[in-house]
Design a protein around this ligand. Structure first.
Ligand code: F6P
Length: 328
């Protein structure tokens, strides 16, 4: 039997990403558009447990579509991994007479959401918010496009100094254990090599490639390395190995780190967030539950949370081929 959804709570969880605020804005405004009330949960799942839950209206999300981060704050919450913690969260939602929950986050956040929904038979819909773009069931996650542009801009700046000093730069990028940011930003920034966890290039092939670049007259080079890459221990170890074996290169390392998580969301991410927020609310009102909102072939879809948290978006092998060809 479909239950009447009249009050929807929304939270952000896990690593923040540009576009989370735009998605929050869309959830709040589409809930109100559909004559529902909306409650904002602050500090992620910890806020559910601590009852940090407050009403939010259409004006409460003014001027945030262009803001990175999340005004609801986010946190990784160990207590929510316990039944007692989830019970407290459920009791608080009951006290506020909340009928459904929207979780904006990554696969870790969705895991908690699914367990909670199953334990308490409580409707939950997920919106994929992570820069990693590694969640199965959607072509794009919120923040990925913005992170790509941030990384390409950073590498463009590094290229200026690399070419001025005839240096070889190793640039480490985020992605946890997925190479989507490294591969796409590497191609976009014209990197000579891209090292990703999905494809073990091997150190010898890297040396050969860099030697070829040098012999072909390149005076400087850039190698983009995904933080999850397993070619070596870490980017510093790989750089030291290359410097030792290719003495004609002056080597430097740049770890881009958390700047990739910040910044004003791109237009693409703002539009994606707006579409996902509306689709999440409309899906809840139609009785959908334990699903993640996604975009496939430019259409909004629903994908079972159970599958979204298991699968990873595979790397596009053709992009690896393009990267190899264009780095001659
Ligand atoms: O999942 C998003 C992400 O930015 C990953 O790319 C990165 O490895 C991780 O979060 C960093 O986590 P934290 O912010 O806890 O250091």
């Amino acid at each position: 039997m479909e239950r009447k959804i009249q009050k929807i709570a929304v939270l952000t969880s896990g690593g923040d990403s540009p576009g989370m605020n735009a998605a929050l804005r869309a959830v709040v405004r589409s809930a109100i558009y559909n004559s529902c009330e909306c409650l904002a949960v602050y500090q992620g799942y910890q806020g559910l447990i601590d009852n940090d839950i407050r009403p939010i209206n259409a004006r409460g999300v003014n001027n945030i579509i262009n803001k990175g981060g999340t005004i609801l704050k986010s946190a990784r919450c160990l207590e929510f991994r316990t039944k007692e913690g989830r019970q407290k969260a459920f009791d608080n939602l009951q006290k506020h007479q909340v009928d459904a929950l929207v979780v904006i986050g990554g696969d870790g956040s969705f895991t908690g959401a699914l367990i909670f929904s199953q334990e308490f038979n409580f409707p939950v819909i997920g919106i994929p918010g992570t820069i990693d773009n590694d969640i199965h069931g959607t072509r794009f996650t919120l923040g990925y496009d913005t992170a790509l542009n941030t990384v390409v801009d950073a590498i463009d700046k590094i290229r200026d100094t690399a070419s001025s000093h005839n240096r070889l730069f190793f640039v480490e990028v985020m992605g946890r254990d997925a190479g989507h940011i490294a591969l796409n930003a590497g191609i976009g920034a014209g990197a000579e090599e891209v090292l990703i966890p999905e494809e073990d290039m091997g150190l010898n092939r890297l040396l050969d490639s860099l030697n070829r670049s040098k012999k072909s007259g390149k005076s400087s080079s850039i190698v983009v390395i995904a933080e999850g890459d397993k070619t070596g221990e870490n980017v510093f170890e790989i750089a030291a190995y290359v410097e030792k074996n290719l003495p004609h290169y002056e080597v430097r390392v740049s770890v881009l780190g958390h700047m990739q998580r910040g910044g004003a969301p791109s237009c693409f991410d703002r539009v994606l967030a707006s579409r996902m927020g509306v689709h999440a609310v409309e899906s809840l009102l139609k009785g959908h539950d334990q699903m993640m909102v996604g975009i496939v072939d430019d259409r909004m879809v629903l994908h079972p949370l159970e599958d979204a948290i298991k699968g990873k978006t595979p790397i596009n092998k053709n992009l690896i081929r393009v990267s190899d060809i264009l780095s001659i």
